[in-house]
Design a protein around this ligand. Sequence first.
Ligand SMILES: Cc1cc2nc3c(=O)[nH]c(=O)nc-3n(C[C@H](O)[C@H](O)[C@H](O)COP(=O)(O)OP(=O)(O)OC[C@H]3O[C@@H](n4cnc5c(N)ncnc54)[C@H](O)[C@@H]3O)c2cc1C
Ligand SMILES: NC(=O)C1=CN([C@@H]2O[C@H](COP(=O)(O)OP(=O)(O)OC[C@H]3O[C@@H](n4cnc5c(N)ncnc54)[C@H](O)[C@@H]3O)[C@@H](O)[C@H]2O)CC=C1
Length: 328
Amino acid sequence: MNSVFVAIIGTGMAGLTAARALDKAGIAVQLFDKSRGSGGRMASKRSEIGTLDMGTQYFTARDRNFRTAIREWQEQGWVAEWKPNLYQAREGVLSASPDEQERWVGIPHTSAITRGLLGDLPVTFSCRITEVFHGPTHWTLQDASGQGHGPFSHVIIATPAPQASALLAAVPVLASTATSATMDPVWSVALGFEKPLPTEVQGCFVQDGPLEWIERDRGKPGRDNRLDTWGLQASSNWTRKNLDLPKEAVIEQLYGVFAELIGCTVPAPAFALAHRWLYGRPAQPHEWGVLGNAGLGVYACGDWCLSGRVEGAWLSGSEAARRLLVQL
Ligand SMILES: Cc1cc2nc3c(=O)[nH]c(=O)nc-3n(C[C@H](O)[C@H](O)[C@H](O)COP(=O)(O)OP(=O)(O)OC[C@H]3O[C@@H](n4cnc5c(N)ncnc54)[C@H](O)[C@@H]3O)c2cc1C
Ligand SMILES: NC(=O)C1=CN([C@@H]2O[C@H](COP(=O)(O)OP(=O)(O)OC[C@H]3O[C@@H](n4cnc5c(N)ncnc54)[C@H](O)[C@@H]3O)[C@@H](O)[C@H]2O)CC=C1
């Protein structure tokens, strides 16, 4: 097989960024994702009160090229700047904590960005890839139902590190590097209140305790404000200790912490939802950019190769595509 045809496993920010860059260069790609839709940790979840962002809620941009990409997304109407009233909580004490940092959100939800990036690229959803084989001349993928996909000239694995290490079995050196990138779990809770809570807080960094970040959907550009919806993210420490707690108990405990912290009367929520991200965030940042074997034509990318943020995923996906293109 001489033609270039690239399989990309994962339709989060890293996989989609690589796919877009290759497509722009005229390279044929085929995306796969185990989920029913695109976005990974940037996917938004449908619920009875509307669409909720249970993963990424905002992101920042420090890299010049990433900032250029954001300007393009802004022109497409996928993102807008978010200027929240920021607070911090330390030892239970809430205080205003304004800053000058530029922060971006997807509109009307985070998933607008990854849906926009996916566009009409060829993708197979609900397809969990379980094995990636290298034959004498090409790559073949196998999914959980035993079906084969291919042949492909190259493969980009754009999944969280633990899933990438399993798929990198054909290249043990890369697999063992991916294995060393441990990822922490994160419990995420959404609470919806009938009446707006009497507080000015729109975002709050929590320095200690079970919660790490609290944010209010109201005030974000393009949001549906039927209920006053809040997002709570637990710290990795608390999540690890409470990994197998039933969702109802997670909601009850984090609601209690939130109600104590937010500094106003908090009624029982009219709506509550919990989501557990097993691979929420890399335990520490790395400077790999991308893992790859150019000779074999296989690359692994994702936030875990860099900063563990949306920007890191974008940079890693861009680098995977760049490395692949220079080898052609
Ligand atoms: C609760 C939470 C809050 C966050 N908040 C922020 C924030 O405020 N700012 C920020 O910058 N970042 C934030 N992040 C981090 C950010 O979401 C990630 O850095 C980024 O989305 C990672 O993108 P990715 O493409 O590397 O991986 P992912 O988004 O995880 O994409 C990987 C994809 O691979 C698919 N996949 C996995 N295994 C397989 C398989 N075997 N076969 C097929 N498909 C597979 C998955 O379904 C998924 O779609 C947050 C993350 C979480 C969980
Ligand atoms: N829960 C999860 O799974 C993940 C959460 N992530 C969070 O996503 C956010 C994105 O990080 P960046 O892009 O660097 O964003 P950022 O610059 O807004 O925040 C980075 C960190 O700096 C601190 N900080 C920033 N601004 C303030 C302020 N005004 N007052 C007090 N403390 C402040 C705070 O500790 C925060 O976590 C951070 O809050 C990460 O902790 C990132 C990845 C995963």
